[in-house]
Write a protein that binds this ligand. Structure first.
Ligand SMILES: Nc1ncnc2c1ncn2[C@@H]1O[C@H](COP(=O)(O)OP(=O)(O)O)[C@@H](O)[C@H]1O
Ligand SMILES: [Mg+2]
Length: 213
């Protein structure tokens, strides 16, 4: 049974594509067959994988779709264990099907008030998706990205997400230049030796428990 992990936020720049490509690399490293479905016109994750000569990223099938309604047939035809859907950050183009078909909707949030508000919008879209597609079993999980773990705004954002009873990935993803460098060099952070690799390993393991157990 193919699992679907949809990366969503109503804002751009929260880390959807960064986490999508690096977590796809994590699943590939675990021996899973992985497809990245990029539904963002900017096609950042599609280009990242297609332009890569990295061994791990070459294991991932990358597909770019111009319309959300094409997702269903790609998922129906795939033999992948997991499909990672990378969405554009916008409220105008409500991606209800991509949310409904997910096992997990992963919402990257930077530590900011705007990101908490954006998370609220995704919860509303999740409700609308469940109404339109009543068989949906999608679950929303937030992940804090690009954080400085000692900052007050990080503690505040984390407390707010917990107070709202939203499941939060226990490890935050810190602000680490290795993520930006991996993008520029068209590799994943598993190509490096620093803390970004450990963070992605921990986040990937936590998501695997939700998805595969
Ligand atoms: N944890 C992080 N540490 C440092 N830079 C990051 C981190 N996460 C994302 N970035 C950088 O932030 C920018 C936006 O990230 P991106 O994944 O493209 O966001 P989105 O897909 O949500 O628009 C990129 O330049 C990326 O390299
Ligand atoms: Mg993106």
């Amino acid at each position: 049974m193919t699992k679907v992990l949809t990366f969503a936020s109503t804002k751009g720049g929260t880390g959807k594509s960064t986490l999508c490509v690096n977590l796809a690399a994590f699943f590939a490293q675990c021996g899973k067959r992985v497809t990245v479905l990029d539904v963002d016109p900017q096609k950042s994750s599609y280009d990242w994988i297609k332009e890569s000569s990295d061994e791990l990223l070459s294991l991932i099938s990358a597909v770019h779709l111009t319309e959300e309604r094409q997702i269903e047939s790609v998922i129906a035809d795939t033999d992948s264990d997991i499909v990672c859907i990378d969405l554009q950050g916008s409220l105008n183009n409500s991606p209800l099907f991509a949310l409904a078909i997910a096992d997990i909707i992963l919402v990257p949030c930077r530590p900011s008030r705007d990101d908490i508000i954006g998370l609220g919008w995704i919860l509303k879209l999740h409700e609308m998706a469940a109404e339109k597609f009543p068989t949906s079993e999608a679950k929303v999980i937030a992940i804090l990205n690009a954080v400085n773990a000692r900052s007050v705004i990080y503690s505040h954002t984390k407390a707010q997400i917990k107070a709202d009873n939203i499941t939060l990935i226990s490890n935050p993803v810190t602000q680490t230049v290795a993520f930006a460098e991996a993008n520029i060099n068209r590799v994943s952070v598993f190509d490096s030796n620093g803390k970004a690799k450990n963070i992605m390993h921990n986040v990937g393991s936590e998501l695997s428990e939700h998805l595969f157990q």
